[in-house]
Design a protein around this ligand. Structure first.
Ligand code: BG6
Length: 513
C-alpha cells in the first residue's frame, strides 16, 4: 500500500530548491583541514551540487588550508573527489569552471606567518573575484586545533572585518565532556559572537531529519496523538554495518557515545519530542530543543548498555574484531555500541520510555525512529492461531532516516475471509517514489544555510552543554568500571544481548529492521 497518490515532478522538486531568495551573498569558503577525507568526500561535492543547482553566488571561491604542501594537485584531487563521491549531475560541463575557483594554501595551524599570508590571499580573492571580504571558515580539523585556529583568526583581524560578514563552521566533536565543551564554547566566544558560530551536525542537514518537523507540524492529524496518552514507547536505532574505517586513533578516544549518541541521536530525539516552536527560526527551534534535553531524567547506569564488536560476518564477508583494527589497542575498552533507556520528565512525555541504540558492525545500515502507540482498550476481533496475524499488533509510525528514506504507518486490517481476523499492514511513503530523487548529502543544505547566516539547523552553545550534562556522568561511571566481556557482540549481529535485555525487561522488544 503506497501513500504516494500526489506525484511531484522532478521539475517541481528542482524549482522548490531554487528559490532565488536563498542565494547567499558573495563569499570565500575557507576549509581548514582540507587534505582530510571530509573535504573530498562531502564538502566539495556538496558545494559543487549547490553550484549546479544555481544556489551559489557568482562571486565565489574556495580556499583549502592544510599543513601538507599539495599545491596544484589539491584542485585536481578535489575534482576526482567530486566525480567519485558526488555523482556529477547533468554532465561535467560546470565542473571545470567550478574547479577554477578552488585554490590551496599550505600552513601550520600555529604559524603566524601562515595566517598573514592567508589574509593576503583572501584579500587578493576579493579583488579578483569580487567576494567583498565575506568569509565562511570551515574547521574540518582535529578538535585540538579548534582553539588555536579561532584565536589566530581573531589575532590576524579576520574575525570582525568592517562591512563584511564572517562565519565559522565547527565540526564535531564539540568537546569530549561537559567541561571541555564549556571551555571550548568560552574560547570560541572570546573571538566570535554566537551568531557567527555554526556548530555542525550533519544529521540536521538530512532531508528525512528535517521532515520529522514537517511531518509533525505541517499535518493536523499526528500531533494530537503525539504524547503520553497515546504513545507506548519510542525506539531510535542508528545501526551501521561499517567498522571504524581506519579511524582507530580518533575512535579509541571517542567511542559510540561521543561519536554519534551525544550529537546525532540527541538531535533526532529532540525533533521527535520538542514542542511546536513559535516560528521556524534559529532562536525558536533551538529553544524548544534545549527544553527537551533539559527535561531528560539523569541516566541511571542500569539503563545503559555498552558493547564492542568482535570478528564476524558482514554482508557475507568475514571481518575482524575492533581490537584487531589498525591502531586500536588489543585490550581496548572503547565501546562501539551503546544503548540507553531515557525518560523525559515533562507534561507531554512523562512515563513514555525512549530506547536508543547505536553501533558499528551491526547487521545492516539503518537509521530509524519508531513511535509505537498504545493498544485499543479492548480487542473485539479474532486473531489467527498462527502466522503474522497471531497477535494483534499495535500501531506504529516508522520514520526511516536512511537508507530507503520514508515513513510508514502500520495498522490492523481485516483479512479477506468469512471471519474478522485482523492482520498488520503498512501504508508507506517513500522519498524516492514520491519525489523521484534521493536526498542530498546533508552538507549541501547546511553549507548553504551557513552562507546565508541561518543557524536554525546548527547546534547552539546551550544545547551542546545540555547534552553533555546528560552524558558526562555516564561516561564517568563507564570509565570507572571495566566493561564486562568485551568484545561482547559478533560483527554482523544486532549488538550485545544486554541491549535486548534492556528493552525486554519492560515487556517490549526492538523492532525488526
Ligand atoms: C559521523 C561519525 O559523525 O557519522 C561516524 O563520526 C559515522 O562514525 C557517521 O559513521 C554516520 O553518518 P551517516 O550520515 O552515514 O549516518
Amino acid at each position: 500500500m503506497a501513500a504516494t497518490a500526489i506525484k511531484i515532478s522532478p521539475e517541481d522538486v528542482a524549482q522548490a530548491s531554487q528559490r532565488s531568495e536563498r542565494i547567499p551573498e558573495p563569499c570565500v569558503v575557507v576549509i581548514f583541514g582540507a587534505s582530510g577525507d571530509l573535504t573530498k568526500r562531502k564538502l566539495l561535492p556538496a558545494l559543487f551540487h549547490l553550484e549546479q543547482a544555481g544556489l551559489l553566488p557568482k562571486e565565489f571561491g574556495i580556499v583549502g588550508v592544510a599543513r601538507r604542501d599539495l599545491g596544484a594537485t589539491f584542485a585536481e584531487d578535489m575534482k576526482q573527489g567530486i566525480l567519485e563521491f558526488g555523482g556529477v549531475r547533468d554532465g561535467a560541463a560546470k565542473l571545470e569552471e567550478f574547479i577554477a575557483k578552488v585554490s590551496y594554501h599550505a600552513m601550520n595551524f600555529d604559524d603566524d606567518a601562515g595566517y598573514a599570508a592567508l589574509k593576503s590571499l583572501l584579500e587578493k580573492y576579493d579583488k579578483e573575484h569580487g567576494t567583498r571580504g565575506n568569509r565562511l571558515f570551515y574547521l574540518a580539523v582535529a578538535p585540538e586545533y579548534f582553539s588555536d585556529i579561532i584565536h589566530s583568526l581573531g589575532e590576524h583581524g579576520m574575525a570582525h572585518p568592517e562591512q563584511a560578514h564572517v562565519r565559522v563552521i565547527i565540526e564535531k566533536p564539540f568537546g569530549h565532556d561537559l567541561e571541555s565543551a564549556r571551555e571550548l564554547n568560552d574560547d570560541v566566544n572570546k573571538v566570535f559572537d554566537e551568531d557567527q558560530i555554526f556548530r555542525i551536525d550533519h544529521y540536521l542537514g538530512k532531508e528525512t531529519v528535517q521532515n520529522i518537523l514537517v511531518f509533525r507540524f505541517a499535518n493536523g492529524i499526528f500531533e494530537p496523538i503525539w504524547n503520553r496518552n497515546y504513545v507506548d514507547h519510542v525506539q531510535i536505532t542508528a545501526a551501521e554495518n561499517i567498522g571504524i574505517e581506519g579511524r582507530g586513533p580518533f575512535y579509541e578516544k571517542a567511542g559510540a557515545l561521543r561519536d554519534v549518541v551525544q550529537n546525532h541521536m540527541m538531535e533526532l530525539l529532540s525533533f521527535v519530542c520538542m514542542e511546536p516552536p513559535v516560528s521556524f527560526d534559529a532562536a525558536a527551534v533551538r529553544y524548544e530543543k534545549v527544553k527537551v534535553w533539559r527535561a531528560i531524567k539523569p541516566i541511571d547506569c542500569a539503563d545503559t548498555v555498552r558493547g564492542q564488536y568482535g570478528p564476524g560476518i558482514v554482508d557475507g564477508k568475514p571481518v575482524k574484531g575492533y581490537r584487531e583494527e589498525d591502531r586500536v589497542s588489543p585490550n581496548s575498552q572503547t565501546e562501539t555500541f551503546a544503548a540507553f533507556k531515557l525518560e523525559i520528565e515533562n507534561w507531554r512525555w512523562a512515563g513514555v520510555p525512549f530506547y536508543l541504540r547505536a553501533g558499528k558492525r551491526l547487521q545492516k545500515r539503518v537509521t530509524e525512529i519508531t513511535i509505537q502507540f498504545k493498544q485499543p482498550p479492548m480487542l473485539l476481533f479474532d486473531r489467527a492461531m498462527s502466522g503474522p496475524c497471531k497477535e494483534i499488533q499495535p500501531n506504529l509510525i516508522a520514520m526511516r532516516i536512511q537508507p530507503d528514506e520514508g515513513i510508514s504507518l502500520r495498522f490492523g486490517a481485516k483479512v479477506p475471509s468469512p471471519d474478522m481476523t485482523v492482520c498488520p499492514v503498512t501504508m508507506d511513503f517513500s522519498y524516492a517514489s514520491a519525489f523521484g530523487t534521493s536526498s542530498a548529502n546533508g552538507y549541501e543544505r547546511l553549507l548553504l544555510d551557513a552562507m546565508l547566516g541561518d543557524a536554525t539547523l546548527f547546534a547552539h552553545r546551550d544545547g551542546v552543554e545540555a547534552t553533555w550534562s546528560l552524558y558526562t556522568p555516564v561516561l564517568e561511571s563507564w570509565a570507572a568500571s571495566v566493561p564486562k566481556g568485551f568484545p561482547n557482540y559478533a560483527s554482523g549481529s544486532w549488538g550485545p544481548k544486554e541491549a535486548d535485555a534492556l528493552i525486554e525487561r519492560d515487556g517490549r522488544s526492538w523492532h525488526k529492521l
